[in-house]
Design a protein around this ligand. Sequence first.
Ligand SMILES: NC(=O)c1ccc[n+]([C@@H]2O[C@H](COP(=O)([O-])OP(=O)(O)OC[C@H]3O[C@@H](n4cnc5c(N)ncnc54)[C@H](OP(=O)(O)O)[C@@H]3O)[C@@H](O)[C@H]2O)c1
Length: 286
Amino acid sequence: MAAVMMPGGPVADAVFADLGPRIEKLKENGHTPGLATVLVGGDDASARYVGMKMQKADELGCNSPHAHLSQDATTDDVMAVVREFNDDDAVDAMLVQYPAPPQVDFDAVLMAIDPDKDVDGIHPTNMGRMALGVPGPVSCTPAGIEALLAFYEIPVSGRNVVIVGRGVTIGRPLSLLLSQKRPTANAAVTVVHTGVPDWPRYTQRADIVIAAAGVPGILQPEHIRPGSVVVGGGVRYEGRKLLPDVDESCEEVAGWITPRVGGVGPTTIAMLFRNAVEAAERRSAP
Ligand SMILES: NC(=O)c1ccc[n+]([C@@H]2O[C@H](COP(=O)([O-])OP(=O)(O)OC[C@H]3O[C@@H](n4cnc5c(N)ncnc54)[C@H](OP(=O)(O)O)[C@@H]3O)[C@@H](O)[C@H]2O)c1
């Protein structure tokens, strides 16, 4: 029997519906939330992503100041823009679109972002806050996956969750989130990677498998338990073609599964705006 689909769109819509009145309240109190974006160079996909985020900011009634630096911009040039946004009271949150041209030290740029304005939640201070359970911007894709499971009322607490991949964007922060003591988390989490060559032994017993490897088709039907929950986080692009970690045939074995397109992606963007609005709320608090 085919698995029940868990598209990310309705999850994102619910998040945006919650953010709408909160944005209005901030505006009534004299502050329009501002999400700044920094784009370096002329990469088409990056320009599209930034454009999409600016358009969403506009739809939600947020400000979206933008800086576009040339392809030959230096690390210092990018840092100067980041510092300007750090000092700008109208900016609550900012993102520097990845990837940047090779001469730009992206890690150094990330370190320069004021952690309170780090909308992607990837600054070491925010990773630390998340590990400690202290409020702050939470890494967007992991937060989106937790929200997705909650939205579809997938029980997570007390269940056996296996994450394939320990990368800093998804696997590692997600393992921290889903093991925290919260009704939408509270799971027994196992993280597998290339150091665990017999990883299917773990995924085959899991209640929930989350693929976050960036290896197209790494998760096959024989790797999952019939009726289990499968979330596809990892993707690779070949040109504009999206190649997900989860093979399509898993839909015949899983009980619940994210679609190949429009699964985790929309929830990531929703979490970005949730982080931005929460940053604005924290900054506007008396
Ligand atoms: N859907 C979205 O909205 C969204 C957002 C952000 C990122 N992503 C995607 O998420 C993926 C993960 O990104 P990331 O930065 O967290 O991780 P990453 O740095 O790309 O690392 C990939 C992880 O997968 C593991 N891995 C790779 N091949 C494997 C194999 N054959 N067997 C077992 N484990 C394997 C690696 O193990 P080792 O550590 O041992 O090398 C590593 O831990 C990427 O594809 C990225 O494009 C999606």
